[in-house]
Write a protein that binds this ligand. Structure first.
Ligand SMILES: [Zn+2]
Ligand SMILES: [Zn+2]
Length: 255
């Protein structure tokens, strides 16, 4: 059933109309391949560049709020985790949220490619080609409920493309063990992460170094739990990477 659903989603994607996934504007030229119009690309870039209310850095430079995302503090370019842009739960401008929601609900190789390319650019800065040996790219899998409903895992799609762009091997190293509860994005920022996100490790090569991808970091509980499971299974390094992190404000409790 899941295979059939996946086939249908891939087919629908291939036959889909060629307008901007985020605003519906017609696309032409290079933007057809991107799936996003120039105006929306500009807005996404502006959201990523917004200053953190606590440290003043853009998302890719901010480390506020999540000091302990991985049980193994591995430093790459002086940092222990990376996110590309902001998720603004209460912001007026929600294009990043729209992009992430679209990716979760609608299979789109075009949007996965967009996110993968952006992430590959970020990672290239902190992990240059000569330092990539021994690293494996993996992801925090979506719940089995979410997978059954949608027929695909957006993080898996993104990571496969990231791997080919960065020439880093991709391996599925985690599974959900309790089915998981599909978190909806609206409540993501408000909810306390609970232990509904339980992972188990598949065969983890002993002593490997892992880039662990998730689409969004909210409280960090998912990354922490997945990282702990990978560390227990024998990984020597775990470096969390996300497309977006929830923007912390002075009212948001720090973890
Ligand atoms: Zn657009
Ligand atoms: Zn900050």
């Amino acid at each position: 059933m899941a295979v059939l659903r996946k086939l249908l989603t891939v087919l629908a994607d291939a036959l889909g109309d060629k307008s901007c996934f985020l605003c519906g504007a017609g696309l032409s030229g290079a933007y057809l391949r991107e799936g996003i119009c120039p105006g929306c690309l500009q807005k996404l870039a502006e959201e990523a560049a917004l200053p953190c209310p606590l440290c003043g850095h853009p998302a890719s430079g901010c480390l506020c709020g999540h000091t302990n995302l991985s049980p193994l503090h591995i430093f790459l370019d002086g940092r222990t985790w990376l996110a590309h842009t902001w998720y603004l739960p209460n912001g007026a401008d929600r294009l990043t949220e729209k992009l992430l929601l679209t990716c979760k609900k609608k299979y789109s190789r075009t949007l996965s490619r967009h996110i993968a390319r952006v992430m590959a650019e970020e990672l290239s800065r902190i992990l240059p080609p000569e330092k990539r040996k021994g690293w494996i790219l993996t992801y925090a899998p979506r719940s089995s409920v979410g997978y059954a409903r949608h027929g695909f895992d957006q993080c898996e799609e993104i990571v496969r493309i990231m791997g080919s762009l960065l020439e880093i091997p991709v391996q599925k190293l985690l599974v959900r063990v309790n089915g998981g509860i599909q978190k909806d994005m609206e409540s993501a920022a408000r909810r306390e992460d609970n232990m509904a996100d339980a992972f188990a490790a598949l065969s983890v090569p002993y002593g490997c170094r892992i880039l662990l991808f998730d689409d969004i970091i909210t409280t960090g509980a998912t990354m922490r739990e997945a990282g702990q499971v990978l560390a227990n299974a024998g990984a020597a390094a775990i470096f969390p990477v996300a497309y977006a992190k929830t923007m912390y404000t002075r009212r948001t409790p720090q973890l």
